[in-house]
Design a binder for this molecule. Structure first.
Ligand SMILES: C[S@@+](CC[C@H](N)C(=O)[O-])C[C@H]1O[C@@H](n2cnc3c(N)ncnc32)[C@H](O)[C@@H]1O
Length: 216
């Protein structure tokens, strides 16, 4: 794991994600391309349509992009996507996906961490299942993200909430009230919570938000 920068999440968690990403890397081109985009990404696409916003040329940042599915989907819509993750395999999978989807020109995948990456300003910021791994810094990072979004821009966020199995250290769940407070005044395009049984005895809670900042 010497090629993975030290981050707030414990090394064994990073190893787990790395293992998962390595298995995706071994998949055939066909299997890689057949992986569906997630619910929150679908909701973000719908939000752009409902808001009558043309995605072409929008500046998108995806934080902790994992296997790059969401970033490549946004690039396919015409957005200019910058994405980063702390695990080199994530970038390898993402770049391969971008090539297969013919969106390499619209995507930049970088090795960086949520702790170090300097946010600039964006039309869309996507942060799915990642901010919580900053623990005590999670809330302040989400506020930084909010402040980095241009007028009329969008955020797509998801994170865990209870129920969740015990972890050490404890995940910093950003609860629905905190989330709504941080994005107070924004137009909510999609918000929800759900519980999903991922495997026997592993019921997990989720909260998501797709919201638009006012245009002025
Ligand atoms: C649960 S996965 C989510 C991946 C992707 N956002 C998605 O929703 O499919 C968590 C991701 O966060 C990344 N990650 C965890 N801590 C990080 C950090 N401090 N900086 C950058 N990436 C980090 C991991 O490498 C992993 O790809």
């Amino acid at each position: 794991m010497s090629d993975i920068p030290e981050v707030s999440a414990p090394v064994q968690w990073m190893r787990g994600w790395n293992k998962h990403l390595n298995s995706i890397l071994k998949a055939s081109d066909e299997d890689l391309l057949s992986q569906p985009i997630g619910h929150v990404t679908q909701q973000l696409s719908r939000a752009l349509f409902v808001a009558d916003v043309e995605p072409e040329g929008m500046d998108v940042l995806e934080i902790a992009c994992g296997d790059g599915r969401t970033s490549c989907h946004m690039a396919k819509l015409g957005c200019k996507v910058q994405a980063f993750d702390a695990i080199p395999t994530a970038l390898e999978v993402s770049r391969r996906r971008a090539e297969l989807m013919e969106v390499s020109e619209n995507t930049i995948f970088e090795l960086s961490t949520m702790e170090e990456f300097q946010l600039e300003s964006y039309d869309i910021v996507i942060a799915l299942q990642c901010i919580q791994y900053l623990f005590d810094e999670a809330i302040s990072k989400l506020k930084e993200i909010r402040d980095s979004i241009r007028p009329g821009g969008f955020v797509a966020y998801s994170g865990n909430i209870p129920p969740h199995f015990e972890t050490e250290p404890k995940i910093r769940f950003i609860n629905p009230n905190e989330l709504k407070e941080i994005f107070d005044g924004w137009t909510v395009h999609s918000y929800g919570t759900e519980e999903t049984l991922l495997k026997p005895d592993d019921l997990r809670g989720y909260v998501w938000l797709v919201a638009r900042k006012s245009t002025n």
